[in-house]
Design a protein around this ligand. Structure first.
Ligand code: AMP
Ligand code: MN
Ligand code: MN
Ligand code: MN
Length: 279
C-alpha cells in the first residue's frame, strides 16, 4: 500500500552532482512526506559525515560507485557503510581526484570542437563536490550547445559523444567488496534491461545484497523482471528516485519510494556498524 512507502533510497546532494546541500535535501524530503532517506552521492560520503544528529527525518549513509563489466558501466549503491572508515574515505578521495582530472580532459576535448568552457566554471558549479558529467552537461545546455540532457549525452558526454572520457572503473566484485569492507550492503543501481539474469546472478555470487528494482525510469516490465530476479537470487529489492534537483533534471525527490522494511532488510545484511541519524 502506498502510504507505507516512506523511504527514498537513491538521492544526490551537492557533495556530488546534486544541486542542493544536504540540509535542504532533508527539508525537501520531509515536505514530500518521506520518513527515511539514503544519501547516495557519487564517490563521496561527505554529506552524511557533515550532518547534524537531529535531522527532521531518518537518514542513512550511502554511496554510489561506478564499476565496469566488460566495458559497460555498472553503478553499485552502498548502504549502511561506516562513513568514517579511513580506508574507504581514502579510496573515495582518490576517485574524486580522478574525476577532476577527467573533467579537464573532457573540457580539452570540447575545445577541439570549438566549445570553450573555463575549468573554473565547472569547479564553481561543483562547489567542492565530486565533479560529474552532469555539471558539464548543465553548462553546455546553459550555453546553448545542447537543448536537453538527452542531446548533451548523445552528442558530447555519453559513450558515443565527441567529448566522451571514461572514468577509471573497478570490477563489479571489487566495488561490492569495497562496500562490504566498509561495513555496508551493496545494491545494483538502476539495472533497466542492461543485464542478463546470469550476469546479476554472478554479482550475487560475488556478494551483491540487493537490486534497485523500483526506479523512476524502469518500465513495468523492468520492475517485474528485477523483483523476480531478486526473489530467485535472495537479493533485497530496493528503490529510489535518483534525485539530483538540477535545473536540467526533472525527477522530484520521493518520486520512487519503498517500504521501511526494505531498509530493515538492508540493515540486517550490513556490518551493523553504521550510524543512522534520527530526529
Ligand atoms: P559521471 O559520474 O561523471 O560519469 O556522470 C554520470 C552522471 O551523469 C549520472 O549520475 C547522471 O546523473 C548523469 N547521466 C549519465 N548519463 C546520462 C544520460 N544518458 N542522460 C542523462 N543523465 C546522464
Ligand atoms: Mn549523478
Ligand atoms: Mn547511477
Ligand atoms: Mn545516482
Amino acid at each position: 500500500m502506498n502510504y507505507t512507502k516512506v523511504a527514498d533510497l537513491h538521492i544526490h546532494t551537492d557533495a556530488s552532482d546534486g544541486a542542493y546541500p544536504v540540509a535542504e535535501v532533508i527539508s525537501m524530503a520531509a515536505d514530500a512526506g518521506l520518513e527515511l532517506i539514503a544519501i547516495t552521492d557519487h564517490d563521496s560520503v561527505a554529506a552524511f559525515a557533515g550532518l547534524a544528529i537531529n535531522s527532521r527525518i531518518e537518514v542513512i549513509p550511502g554511496v554510489e560507485l561506478s564499476a565496469d563489466l566488460n566495458g559497460r558501466e555498472v553503478h553499485v549503491l552502498g548502504y549502511f557503510l561506516d562513513p568514517e572508515d579511513a580506508e574507504f574515505l581514502a579510496i573515495l578521495k582518490t576517485l574524486r581526484q580522478k574525476r577532476l582530472a577527467r573533467a579537464h580532459t573532457i573540457l580539452r576535448k570540447l575545445s577541439t570542437h570549438s566549445i570553450h568552457i573555463p575549468p573554473r566554471d565547472v569547479l564553481d558549479l561543483a562547489g567542492g563536490g565530486a565533479i560529474s558529467r552532469l555539471h558539464i552537461a548543465e553548462i553546455l545546455i546553459d550555453n546553448g550547445h545542447s537543448a536537453n540532457l538527452h542531446q548533451v549525452f548523445r552528442d558530447y558526454l555519453g559513450p558515443e559523444g565527441s567529448a566522451f572520457v571514461a572514468k577509471p572503473h573497478f570490477e563489479v566484485d571489487q566495488a561490492i567488496a569495497m562496500i562490504h569492507r566498509a561495513g555496508g550492503t551493496a545494491v545494483l543501481a538502476h539495472p533497466h534491461n542492461n543485464f542478463t539474469f546470469e550476469e546479476v546472478a554472478s554479482f550475487a555470487a560475488a556478494g551483491l545484497d540487493g537490486v534497485e528494482a523500483y526506479y523512476v525510469r524502469h518500465s513495468a516490465r523492468d520492475v517485474r523482471r528485477w523483483l523476480d530476479a531478486a526473489a530467485k537470487l535472495h537479493l533485497v529489492p530496493t528503490g529510489g528516485s535518483d534525485f539530483h534537483g538540477r535545473r536540467i533534471t526533472d525527477t522530484p525527490i520521493g518520486a520512487m519510494r519503498v517500504e521501511r522494511k526494505v531498509v530493515e532488510e538492508l540493515f540486517e545484511r550490513s556490518g551493523h556498524n553504521a550510524v543512522r541519524r534520527i530526529s
